[in-house]
Design a protein around this ligand. Structure first.
Ligand code: EPU
Length: 303
């Protein structure tokens, strides 16, 4: 029996919303719209199945990547030989208990933002315009407009490489700018967020204002993965790229946004190679002209 057969037999007899596909184009599952096929694409709906994926990984040495909603991801053009996982079902839970949100990591940030606003809870207004999942936001400590996701976190639940669920404190998660220590675990499964009670209308207005600012200063229409680079200390990566005259610079089907320098757009069937060549070009140029190193924020898969 191969790992694929084992995985197929697991999902055959289950009565849940999990979905398994083999030879699935990952370009369909990320916001860049780029990437080769994955040997398997698995939408996992229960913790038990997720633990089973851990066992498969160990026993068959099959690579596993949790791709979330694919919003901060550049996937290689080559075939991914393992299992790409998206969390659905019980990972989409979202419950409020006074000012606390109990949230699964499959929940989208816009849903979290809107639901918190409808409960008159402040803290995640900034997240309406970020298309990722709570899991990605925790791992990357996503942020905007001076707020970072990690600041809201009271507890985080993760699954270890042994398939065990453990509960971490805010400090255990080691949040810093666009970084956390959560990547060392197999998967982040949930969190408790501490929000601030406020007036529902005010929260909704702030959320809408931040969203409006985002859509006027950042590209929205074309496929992209959000900000490509982290802001170097004391600088805005987008401003540096802009000042170097790189807006509109193109490699193959990939182009630096003319609206905001820190976005790369897939304008015309760009390959991952086009994007990476453009990334290297930007990094070399900014280093030469301004003496600053740009570190990628977007995560790579399959390179
Ligand atoms: N600017 C330019 N030209 C550009 C881009 C920006 O002159 O092409 C200037 C702006 O006019 C502004 C300054 O640079 O004066 C900063 O720009 P902006 O407010 O857009 O912020 P940013 O530092 O470029 C950060 C986050 C964004 C987040 C915005 C809004 C990072 C890498 N980026 O961008 O997050 O949405 O602030 O708070 O931290 C992301 O992480 O994916 C992301 C998009």
């Amino acid at each position: 029996m191969s790992w694929k057969e084992e995985l197929a037999s697991l999902t055959q007899n289950r009565n849940n919303s999990s979905k398994l596909r083999f030879d699935e184009p990952l370009s369909k599952h990320n916001y860049f719209g780029i990437g080769g096929d994955a040997a398997a694409y698995f939408e996992v709906s229960t913790t038990g199945e997720l633990a089973y994926v851990v066992q498969l990984k160990k026993r068959w040495k099959v690579p596993v990547a949790i791709i979330g909603r694919g919003s901060n991801l550049l996937v290689s053009d080559a075939r991914y030989p393992g299992i790409a996982v998206r969390l659905i079902g019980e990972f989409n839970r979202l419950e409020f208990d006074q000012n606390r949100a109990h949230v699964g990591t499959g929940v989208s940030l816009p849903r979290l933002s809107k639901t918190a606003a409808s409960h008159g809870l402040s803290g995640v207004e900034f997240a309406l315009g970020i298309p990722g999942s709570v899991g990605g936001a925790l791992i990357m400590n996503a942020g905007a407009w001076g707020s970072s996701f990690g600041d809201l976190v009271e507890r985080v639940q993760v699954m270890t490489d042994e398939g065990e669920l453990i509960d971490l404190s805010h400090d255990d998660a080691q949040f810093s700018y666009r970084h956390s220590g959560l990547k060392t675990y197999f998967c982040v499964t949930g969190a408790i967020l501490n929000l601030t009670p406020g007036d529902a209308e005010e929260v909704a207005n702030l959320m809408q204002n931040l969203y409006n600012q985002k859509i006027t200063s950042q590209p929205f229409a074309e496929e992209n993965a959000g900000c490509m680079f982290k802001n170097p200390p004391g600088h805005s990566a987008g401003k540096l790229i802009d000042e170097c005259g790189l807006k509109g610079y193109r490699v193959g089907g990939a182009e630096v946004s003319k609206i905001h320098g820190n976005f790369i757009l897939n304008l015309d069937n760009a390959t991952a190679q086009d994007v990476l060549t453009l990334v290297r070009h930007i990094q070399d140029h900014v280093k030469r002209e301004r003496g600053v190193d740009l570190e990628m924020e977007v995560q790579l898969l399959g390179f």
